[in-house]
Design a protein around this ligand. Structure first.
Ligand SMILES: Nc1ncnc2c1ncn2[C@@H]1O[C@H](COP(=O)(O)OP(=O)(O)OP(=O)(O)O)[C@@H](O)[C@H]1O
Ligand SMILES: [Mg+2]
Length: 262
């Protein structure tokens, strides 16, 4: 049984049908990349899985099944238990999602305390350990910083460390590297791969960067105008797809294969 089974969903914003007939299956420890031009519906699919569609957004057909249970009708309490624990997410700019007026350590400890009955001091310690395990330099200094005092890349890495605290079974990442320089990009790609290799985390990563998709993914999904245009295993999609759109998308990336992430 797949860990995540997106079954033929439609997603609408108000009356506007935005994503149509979308099906993606993700097994344990597998990495799926979703690629496609701007506006094709990639973020909409990720948000639908997380139950985080913005106002007016709704899954109007199909089902999303995680570990044998539908995610479509969970209540707030059930989501709180699942999100950040079994299922984690990383966005393009995790820093922007953080509370700017609180120390990173205070936010991190609070997040830990929603999942564990533990003292503030112990939660703080666990947070610092997590940063150090993710190889962030000088964790205590980071814990005592406000988000705006860190670089964008640092903030992103802190966001990822937070998302990885509970070794989620499923990680959903929406363009986690696109705002970063190549070196930081590579660190983050490696960090995600480590999570998969060490803990068997399944990952869906939305990316504009076919190089990242080529490096990370077992399975690639190509979206166009709210539909899945093409999907299959990485080698097939990148090298042997007969789909005209897929071929053009890949041909438009001159650096494919030339980029190195390790
Ligand atoms: N909150 C919203 N209300 C109404 N329409 C929306 C909303 N969010 C997105 N859309 C529309 O849904 C479509 C898909 O958007 P989505 O953000 O999923 O695309 P995307 O593939 O993630 O694009 P990008 O690569 O630019 O991030 C677009 O036409 C967009 O205008
Ligand atoms: Mg998007």
């Amino acid at each position: 049984m797949a860990l995540l089974d997106i079954k033929d969903i439609d997603v609408s914003y108000g009356k506007q049908l935005t994503v149509k007939d979308c099906s993606i299956e993700l097994g344990e420890g597998r990495i799926c990349s979703v690629v496609g031009e701007s506006g094709s519906g990639k973020t909409t699919v990720i948000r639908a899985v997380l139950g985080l569609l913005p106002g007016g957004g709704k899954v109007t057909k199909g089902d999303i099944v995680y570990d044998g249970r539908s995610l479509l009708n969970l209540n707030k309490k059930e989501w709180r238990a699942l999100r950040g624990h079994d299922i984690s997410m990383i966005f393009q700019d995790s820093g922007a999602m953080m509370n700017q007026t609180r120390l990173i350590g205070a936010s991190f400890a609070e997040c830990i305390r929603t999942h564990e009955n533990t003292s503030k001091a112990d939660a703080w310690k666990k947070g610092a350990e997590m940063l150090s395990r993710m190889r962030l330099p000088d964790p205590e200094r980071i814990m005592h910083s406000y988000p705006f005092q860190l670089s964008g890349g640092m903030r992103q890495r802190v966001g990822i460390a937070m998302g990885m605290t509970y070794q989620p079974k499923l990680l959903l990442a929406d363009e986690p590297t696109s705002a970063l320089d190549v070196t930081t990009q590579a660190q983050i790609v490696r960090q995600m791969m480590t999570l998969r290799d060490e803990y068997g985390t399944s990952i869906i990563i939305v990316t504009h960067d076919i190089g990242v998709a080529a490096y990370m993914a077992d399975h690639v999904v190509v979206m166009k105008d709210g539909r899945i245009e093409d999907q299959g295993d990485r080698d097939h999609i990148l090298n042997h797809s007969e789909n005209e759109y897929t071929r053009r998308l890949i041909a438009a990336v001159p650096s494919l294969g030339g980029k190195r992430y390790v």
